[in-house]
Design a protein around this ligand. Sequence first.
Ligand code: GLN
Length: 308
Amino acid sequence: MPEITQTMLEDALAYGRAFTDQGRTAQYIPYLRHVDRDLLGVSVRTVDGRRFSAGDSKTPFTVQSIAKVVALALALRDRGEKYLFSGRVGLEPTGDPFNSIIRLETDRKPYNPFINAGAIAVVGAIKGRSGSEKFERLLRYFRRLCGSDAISLCGEAYLSERETGDKNRALAYHLKATRMLEGDVGETLDVYFRMCSLYVTAEDIAHLALVLSNRGVDPATGERLMEADHARIIRSLMLTCGLYDESGEFAVKVGYPSKSGVGGGIASALVDRMGIGVFGPALDARGNSVAGIAILEYLSKVMDVRMF
Ligand code: GLN
């Protein structure tokens, strides 16, 4: 297996550049409409401590759905696998868009933790006496998983998200009506909107993916941040559901567990090897970074790391 090098990363970035004009930034969240679609960055952190970055790897962007990984990790810690997956959320891909409501009426339980309905149910399961306590706990955990204390809220994105979040409200109230969500819906939604609006960089999400690939231990500190089995569950779900209704195509093209967000980030966890973070805000029709996918595809080929 060829080892990752800085040149490889630069080449992957150059390859990805040809794709940024093939997508658009997310239009349904006003804040994201105005992000420069030509930004592009990639970052790699290996379990044996090597770090590589190229392009806009230190440029902050909103984490969006990649936050669902952290919410799931925390809810698993708080409640355990049995509670979460028997009663709150499923483990199956949907083939539907990430914000779809259609199956909630027929199946009640959201299909998986990475569609919006599933993530809202997961946020509802996080422990805390109030929304702000839940968010504070989530933020603290976020920072540890990303190995960065700098992670904080992008206020403008949060307001924008809240202003236009009616589909997410519909999902949450539907869950509440069918008794799949307990507690104050408004508070749960607020935690959801906030976690989506956290500012991260490609380096931060590479670190998050690194912890997942290193079976829950941060190799930089030696600290266990999540149970190995929880990291395994999350990697499995990233593979089957991480890119919504593009997960199957992505598994064929790229072939390792990844999670995307409409801010343009994708975090990829290559078990026992490395975490990769990419950032390119131009999205395809299904809400995934076009150039980000191209970079990951390039890297998976040159490193020969596809799982299948
Ligand atoms: N904040 C976004 C939403 O709820 C997250 C979706 C995403 O990244 N796919 O619609």
